[in-house]
Design a protein around this ligand. Structure first.
Ligand code: SF4
Length: 694
């Protein structure tokens, strides 16, 4: 272990789901030196541009430092009393389903656990959802359909052991840069390693790709259904594994059999020879990892796409073994931790759903007789219900739905009309925060203390190295204080995040005979203060690798093939573009942190739209001119970035810019709130818009 200065704190980056270890060392001049943690198994000392600029984002500019009620500073006691009494009144008058919490993958596991426990365990409603609904819900639903549990099978080392890496709907180079750097290094050491990029855009990740398939948006379902048929026809299957460890293969192959290379070419817009080459590489390469992210998840067919990918790995037995498997990489730093505690409205707690057994078990564990008995409203439905006046009080924690939700103007209007809105956040005036009746100052990165789980199921500590500024408090404390004032004090008497983590770990192991994937019982008595990055499962007799024994978490312990029927190609109305949204390299979400550093803003200084040169010519849109994008939901004005990275007929804009930055770039206002039928994840990558010069 590296010895670090006594003033150095080992912590974890608060941005993406790679979950890099960070060394933070406060300096005499008040600044904080940031370095990658050489001992952290996610990054081994590397950091990306965002992580390395963390020290520049720690100023108190724009911080919410004191509780506010109707815009005026109040004491904590007054604020907490108002929140507790207003929620209690709404529950008494309109029932528990008239209130809701909306959380975030930015919350630490301990914060998430306490909020989920209050809503689902004691208020008695399932109405706790999270912005992870926008990020990972389709992977969760796909995992559950295939594995019987929300289990990510992969480990980061698989990316270095693989001979073929297939990146699907993932601009890893910008969105998970340290994983990308690990792959770049592995490929430099083993040039025979192949990389295939499947993405409508020629992103920076194409730089390391041996093959790029620039397919039509949502063409990936057809591509992987065709791959399944190809593998079966070529005899590249694992008959023993299929017979012993899976079910449903015949039904999946029956649906896939008509998907010839020619048909896939028509459905995806990719030439037959390129598809055939990809299929040939996949068929020939035992050690294949398929990495997928928002291009798969943020789709009205997202869950089917996940299962189309997983099916190919099940057919070839390439799962649960080194250097192979389907691998969902998470967007947010703690999307996984949120899923673990039950932060999605369709999950109760500790990866348990609302089955009668789970309700009984969790109710006994929490010693509550008012536990929720059914799933709550998921994000899109939650804000729609609010628009209809059905939600009387909402508490939004560490997220900014006025900018990040689809049909964001509708969400803004719904919040403006909601009788009681609470926002707990470290930022004073986000576009969501300004709608709040009560604003509660939350601790930020560097101040708060807890754990996060990264994309490979590794739990790492976020540790504080700064004093709490003003009257900011950790989210778990704020929620516990409200719970106490609502009359649930006995169940929320936590003295520290260590108490909460121990309780969460105990719940994952409670009456768990190995039939549930999440089991942290080996950490109940761990030394929380010095907890090293730890990958789960962590039961006392741990298995090294998920699914390494060929046993899954379905009732018969077999993985399930899911028949997937690819959706018809998306055809926008004449004169309209397919509108794709995403990220840039140097900003994070709605820029409340990264917007503080000029260095990060130098990469892209303003919102823009990527447009193909032929489309720009046709519409008389000059390079770097202003373009209006519009549809029935609204309009934005952004800068034209004319580039052949973009397919003709497709546009791309990043999602970061907001009214807070006076930029007129709230592009999620243009996205229709269409959702996947299984996951309810919105199709944030497939809106349709008109474009015109301004
Ligand atoms: Fe942070 Fe992700 Fe960059 Fe690592 S790759 S430093 S976790 S933003």
């Amino acid at each position: 272990t590296l010895s670090v200065a006594s003033t150095t704190t080992r912590t974890t980056c608060p941005y993406c789901g790679v979950g890099c270890g960070v060394l933070a060392t406060p300096q005499a001049d008040g600044s904080v030196a940031i370095a990658g943690d050489p001992d952290h198994p996610a990054n081994f000392g590397r950091l990306c541009s965002k992580g390395s600029a963390l020290g520049e984002t720690l100023s108190l500019d724009g911080r919410l430092l004191y509780p506010e009620s109707d815009g005026a500073r109040v004491t904590w006691d007054e604020a907490l009393e108002r929140v507790a009494s207003t929620f209690k009144r709404a529950i008494t008058e309109f029932g528990p389903n008239s209130v809701a919490f909306y959380g975030s993958g930015q919350l630490l596991t301990e914060d998430y656990y306490v909020a989920n426990k209050l809503m689902k365990g004691f208020i008695g409603s399932g109405n706790m959802d999270t912005n992870s609904r926008l990020c990972m819900a389709s992977s969760v639903a796909g995992h559950k359909r295939a594995f019987g549990s929300d289990t990510v099978p992969g480990n980061y080392e698989d990316l270095e052991l693989a001979d073929l890496i297939v990146l699907v709907g993932s601009n890893l180079g910008w969105c998970h840069p340290v994983l990308y750097q690990r792959i770049v290094k592995a490929k430099a050491e083993r040039p025979d390693m192949r990389i295939v990029l499947i993405d409508p855009r020629r992103t920076v990740s194409a730089d390391i790709a041996d093959l790029h398939l620039p397919l039509q948006s949502d063409g990936d379902a057809a591509l992987f259904v065709g791959l399944l048929a190809h593998l079966a026809n070529a005899g590249v299957t694992a008959p023993g594994f299929i017979a012993d460890h899976t079910s449903g293969v015949d039904a999946a192959l029956l649906v896939a059999e008509d998907w010839t290379v020619a048909r896939v070419a028509t459905a995806t817009g990719v030439p037959e020879h390129a598809i055939a080459l990809f299929y040939d590489w996949f068929a020939r390469t035992e050690k294949t990892v398929t990495v997928y992210s928002q291009g798969v998840n943020q789709s009205a067919a997202g869950t089917d796409k996940v299962n189309a990918i997983v099916n190919c790995h099940l057919l070839t037995g390439r799962i649960g073994r080194p250097g192979m498997g389907p691998f969902s990489v998470t967007g947010q730093p703690n999307a996984m931790g949120g899923r673990e505690v039950g932060g999605l409205a369709n999950t109760l707690a500790a990866h348990m759903d609302f089955s009668p057994d789970a309700i009984d078990r969790v109710g006994r564990f929490w010693r509550s007789d008012s536990i929720a008995t059914e799933p709550g409203l998921k994000a899109v439905d939650l804000f729609a219900a609010m628009g209809r006046g059905e939600i009387k009080a909402i508490w939004i924690m560490a997220t900014n739905p006025v900018d990040s939700m689809p049909e964001a103007d509708m969400v803004k209007a719904a919040l403006a009309a909601c009788p009681f809105v609470v926002v707990s956040d470290m930022s004073a005036r986000t576009d969501t925060g300004v709608t709040a009746h009560v604003r509660l100052p939350a601790a930020g990165w560097g101040e708060k203390d807890g754990t996060v789980t990264n994309s490979e199921r590794r739990i790492s500590r976020q540790r504080p190295f700064l004093a709490l500024p003003g009257e900011a408090r950790p989210d778990w404390w704020i929620v516990s204080e409200v719970a106490r004032r609502m009359g649930f004090g006995d169940a929320f008497g936590y003295a520290s995040p260590a108490d909460i983590f121990a309780e969460h770990s105990a719940l994952t192991g409670f009456e768990n005979d190995g039939s549930r994937d999440l089991d942290l019982s080996g950490l109940i008595e761990a030394d929380y203060a010095s907890l090293a990055p730890t990958q789960w499962p962590v039961r006392r007799a741990s298995r090294a690798r998920m699914f390494g024994d060929g046993r899954f978490f379905t009732p018969d312990r077999k993985a399930r093939f899911v028949p997937v029927l690819p959706p018809p190609p998306f055809a926008p109305a004449p004169g309209r573009f397919i509108f794709n949204t995403g990220r840039v390299r140097d900003h994070w979400h709605t820029m409340t942190r990264t917007g503080k550093t000029p260095r990060l803003s130098a990469h892209y200084a303003e919102p823009f739209v990527e447009i193909h040169p032929a489309d720009a010519d046709r519409l008389n849109i000059a390079r770097a001119s202003l373009v209006r994008l519009s549809n029935r939901h609204g309009s934005v004005v952004v800068r034209a970035l004319v580039t052949d990275r973009q397919r003709r007929g497709h546009l791309f804009s990043p999602m970061h810019w907001t009214d807070q930055f006076a930029s007129n770039g709230r592009i999620d206002a243009l996205v229709t709130a269409k959702v996947d039928p299984f996951s309810s994840q919105p199709a944030l990558k497939m809106a349709e818009v008109e474009a015109e010069p301004v």
